[in-house]
Design a protein around this ligand. Structure first.
Ligand code: ADP
Ligand code: MG
Length: 247
């Protein structure tokens, strides 16, 4: 099967700081890939590069067979937008719009795009809120929700544009421990439905259970990648072992 995400020798520097050093990997349709690694290793920058929240310094990114950037040169703006629109992203801090209701958060992007009727948009937002267990919260404001509920809203919002790929950047890191389960359950269900996902996470048990493949990033590089079994039970590198023993 052909790759839905293909990243070749991705480089990103902030000034003289080389944050990503020729990162190469690919993801197949329906795969759930967990990315683990120490703070500052470049995990967020890598995800943000895929959706063009960062301008990369060098290398290539192909999404769904389309070129986003090749050898550091981006395609034109309209093509960048149409390619990145096939991906949804969920952030650590939810990033919900506080002045919009839960439903308003879900419906903003599709209403702005005007590709469908309001009726279709509303039907989908209610379906997705039901899917994440929050149908009864459609008309409340985010400030009235727990962190776990906010993150489930953020996931539903990311699904509103029917993305081919979902990217999660530490979706449970800002949550109290008792609220992580409800968010991880939603992500697990998406994995069971074969949504293509990259999940940056510190939840090692979750990565082991849910991911098809695990990438260990360290110091701006993919140090090691493999099946959860390989990475967690039989890591090749001492630095992978060291990292896992600290987590
Ligand atoms: P991780 O998500 O693995 O913790 P990040 O991708 O957030 O790592 O950061 C990798 C490195 O890039 C860190 O050293 C961080 O300080 C640096 N960095 C990230 N964003 C910026 C930025 N906008 N400007 C300067 N340095 C940055
Ligand atoms: Mg990060």
């Amino acid at each position: 099967m052909s790759n839905i995400i293909e990243v070749k020798e991705l480089q990103k520097s902030f000034g003289s700081l080389d944050v990503l050093k020729k990162v190469t990997f690919s993801v197949q349709p329906g795969e759930a890939v967990a990315v683990i690694g120490p703070s500052g290793s470049g995990k967020s920058t890598m995800l943000r590069s895929l959706v063009h929240l960062e301008d990369i310094t060098g290398g290539s990114i192909y999404i769904n067979g389309k070129t986003l950037v090749e050898n550091g040169k981006y395609v034109n703006g309209a093509d960048i937008r149409s390619i990145t629109a096939t991906m949804g992203m969920v952030f650590q801090h939810f990033n919900l719009f506080p002045h919009l209701t839960v439903r308003g958060n879900l419906e903003l992007a599709p209403r702005t795009l005007k590709r469908e009727s309001i009726k279709e948009i509303t039907a989908r937002s209610m379906d997705l809120l039901t899917k994440v267990g929050l149908a009864d919260k459609a008309d409340v404001y985010p400030s009235t929700l727990s962190g776990g509920q906010k993150q489930r809203v953020a996931i539903a919002r990311a699904l509103m544009l029917n993305p081919d790929i979902l990217l999660f950047d530490e979706p449970t890191s800002a949550l109290d421990p008792e609220l992580t389960g409800e968010v991880l359950r939603v992500i697990r269900q998406l994995a069971e439905e074969h949504m293509t996902m990259i999940i940056v996470t510190h939840e090692m048990n979750f990565a082991r259970d849910v991911a098809d493949r695990v990438i260990f990033m360290d110091n701006g590089e993919i140090a090691e990648s493999g099946t959860p079994e390989e990475i967690f039970n039989n890591p090749k590198l001492e630095r992978t072992r060291m990292f896992l023993s600290r987590e």
